[in-house]
Design a protein around this ligand. Structure first.
Ligand code: F6P
Length: 227
């Protein structure tokens, strides 16, 4: 079970990967747009420098046709590095790209997955990761957890090495449901991840401990007592 950060914001990546067990970073063109027209490849190299070579960085192609997507992938390999997971939407042209990139030995993430049909084809095409869109499926009235559970079942039944990288979360409870359904990883925007720790019951509990301690020992922490 892994948590990735779904952002291209350098400050958030620095802070959250320092505090939380963050396994990598994902983005897509919409996420990059939030940062403005940054020098794209330099920005991605900065993300790589923050997370290091061992944690995966997923970058999405922007062209719509086979040749264009292949050229996008080559540009990423040239200007960032060859370990990047190339995110390819599972549309008709995208499946051809996934097959071709896998033949070249690249790391590939199949994205824009709204159901089992796309996921099964992406599995067979050899994708390393499949990104089902949890919130977007729910917005369509689909049972997103059930879709993920079924994909996970097929992966283990047939012994695929592909991992489910569940995406598109708007609330922490959706992350829980994706993980319980069998997602191997989740990619989560910083604000949604921060919400996990902003629950009033949690902050109230921590405050109550601090108040009780302080009523006994004033402002002195354990370390201060030790000194
Ligand atoms: O519904 P949203 O929040 O736009 O999310 C779409 C998702 O697609 C992805 O591109 C899939 O990897 C993520 O980066 C993102 O979580």
């Amino acid at each position: 079970m892994k948590y990735l950060l779904d952002t291209a914001n350098l400050d958030d990546i620095r802070e959250l990967s320092e505090y939380l067990p963050i396994a990598g970073v994902t983005s897509n063109p919409t996420i990059v747009k939030k940062e403005g027209a940054v020098p794209f490849f330099a920005h991605m190299r900065e993300i790589r420098a923050i997370i290091g070579n061992l944690r995966p960085l997923h970058i999405q192609v922007t062209a719509r046709d086979y040749d264009g997507m292949m050229r996008d992938a080559e540009a990423v390999f040239r200007h960032v590095d060859e370990k990047v997971f190339i995110k390819v939407p599972v549309d008709f042209a995208g499946v051809k790209v996934i097959k071709a990139l896998k033949r070249q030995g690249a790391n590939v993430t199949a994205t824009a997955v709204y159901g089992m049909d796309q996921a099964f084809i992406a599995l067979e095409a050899g994708a390393d990761c499949i990104a089902p869109y949890f919130n977007r499926m729910e917005a369509l009235g689909l049972d997103a957890a059930n879709v993920i559970g079924n994909i996970a079942g097929i992966i283990s039944h047939y012994g695929y090495e592909t991992e489910i990288l569940a995406a598109s979360f708007k609330q922490p409870a959706q992350i829980d449901r994706a993980i319980l359904a069998g997602a191997h990883s989740v990619t989560v925007a910083p604000n949604v991840l921060r919400e996990v720790f902003a629950k009033k019951v949690v902050t109230d509990a921590v405050q109550a401990f601090a108040d009780d301690w302080s009523s006994l020992y004033g402002g002195k922490t354990l370390a201060a007592l030790d000194g």
